[in-house]
Design a protein around this ligand. Structure first.
Ligand SMILES: *Cc1c(COP(=O)(O)O)cnc(C)c1O
Length: 395
């Protein structure tokens, strides 16, 4: 009998299901906002990165419409060939000012920044010193680079220092310290001030991935502004797809860095530029953060209230310091069950986070705050989370 060359597809999915590790994809029938319709059901969404609610901000939507009318739907080329618009230039100048750096580059996505730029910054003769909980896109970028990877304990600068001492002995050409700014699964913050001090001592470059810090920390300007480290961090990667509510990746830093990235990052060179409507929406979104500080304030007010309440109920929120509030359950099956019951019985949409996003025994529901939530919404969510948590004997 001939063997079926793709039988593994079904078998591997069956295995994931048996281990409670399958991702269920749900479909939104309205925009990404706290009150949306998901799989035909009106729900309260607690699981988007759209912290400031800018995905549905009228000025951001209008900018996308106007630019689409003027420039059309697609970019037609990669940025270096013919895909950069005057809008792209405006965005990059505005974003550089906003981040208080010399220059910036709008890239395809945050993932593309990490997978395209990291392998150009470091290669075989180099060493990357990486926080153990860094985002998967950083891990992929480092793998592609072929550089030696040394892991330091999560947010532990004395371990970082020890690892750098080890790295120094190897006489690498370059040493690069890489960290998430805000850790996406736990909502804790990298000690960037201490990292910068250690980096300086060892002559290492610093790459911080600020995807979840932007729009949230430092009045929306991100982790570097939060710690007043302007000029001390060599490379900032980011995303327009989270706090800014639109789409795209960013690199911020010196003019030299931006020219280097635009000429060498393979994802930048080989992947089509954003549609003009997206670029215009990105510009508008930065303008909203600059001129309407109430969104950042609201997301923090909600964060402080919600976190205190779930902690009082007995939930373990780990070391969360930001609007990312994990309810750490442990067992993946139980985390999936809590999410399922909340969705089906309480119309609350919170996503279970399981392996490979987090270690199996740290399975969780990750709750994320949003400026568009109301106090009533928070209270509705809190009483459901308490009721079902008790029912399932989680709290
Ligand atoms: C979300 C995220 C990314 C990917 O950003 P996209 O723009 O969605 O591709 C990269 N790094 C971190 C830390 C993230 O949280």
């Amino acid at each position: 009998m001939k063997r079926d060359p793709v039988a593994f597809l079904k078998e591997e999915m069956k295995d994931l299901r048996n281990k409670n590790l399958e991702w269920i994809i749900r479909y939104l029938e309205e925009g990404s906002k706290p009150h949306s319709v998901v799989d035909g059901k009106k729900v309260l969404m607690l699981n988007t990165n759209n912290y400031l609610g800018l995905a549905s901000h009228p000025k951001v939507i209008q900018a996308a419409i106007d630019a689409t009318r003027k420039y059309g739907a697609g970019a037609g080329a990669v940025p270096v060939i013919a895909g950069s618009f005057d809008l792209t230039k405006i965005f990059q100048e505005k974003f550089a000012k906003f981040k208080e750096v010399e220059a910036s580059l709008l890239c395809q996505t945050g993932y593309a920044v990490n997978s395209g730029l990291i392998p150009m910054l470091v290669g075989k003769p180099d060493i990357v010193v990486s926080d153990e909980l860094n985002h998967g896109s950083i891990i992929d970028g480092v793998r592609l680079s072929g550089a030696k990877r040394i892991i330091y304990k999560h947010r532990d600068t004395s371990d970082l220092e020890n690892q750098l001492k080890e790295a120094e002995k190897e006489r690498a050409r370059r040493i690069c310290i890489i960290t998430d700014g805000v850790f996406s699964m736990d909502g804790d913050i990298a000690p960037l001030g201490d990292i910068a001090k250690v980096a300086e001592e060892f002559g290492a470059m610093i790459f911080v991935d600020d995807c979840h810090g932007e729009g949230v920390l430092g009045n929306g300007r991100g982790i570097v502004a939060h710690f007043n480290l302007q000029g001390k961090v060599h490379i900032e990667g980011g995303s327009m797809s989270k706090g800014f509510g639109v789409f795209g990746g960013t690199v911020a830093g010196s003019k030299d860095l931006i020219e280097f990235c635009a000429n060498k990052s393979r994802t930048y060179l080989l992947s089509t530029a954003h549609p003009p409507g997206v670029v215009a929406a990105c510009i508008a979104s930065i303008e909203v953060v600059e001129t309407e500080p109430e969104h950042v304030k609201r997301v923090w007010d909600h964060t402080n209230y919600f976190k205190k309440e779930v902690q009082n109920m007995g939930y373990n929120t780990g070391n969360s310091e930001t609007p990312i509030i994990p309810l750490i359950i442990g067992d993946p099956g139980k985390a999936q069950e809590l999410a399922r019951v909340l969705f089906e019985e309480e119309n609350i949409y919170g996503t279970p986070i399981v392996f490979p996003m987090v270690a199996k025994e740290l399975s969780r529901i990750r709750v994320q705050m949003n400026a568009l939530l109301t106090k009533d919404d928070l209270n509705t969510a809190l009483s459901a989370i308490e009721k079902i948590g008790k029912k399932l004997k989680i709290i």
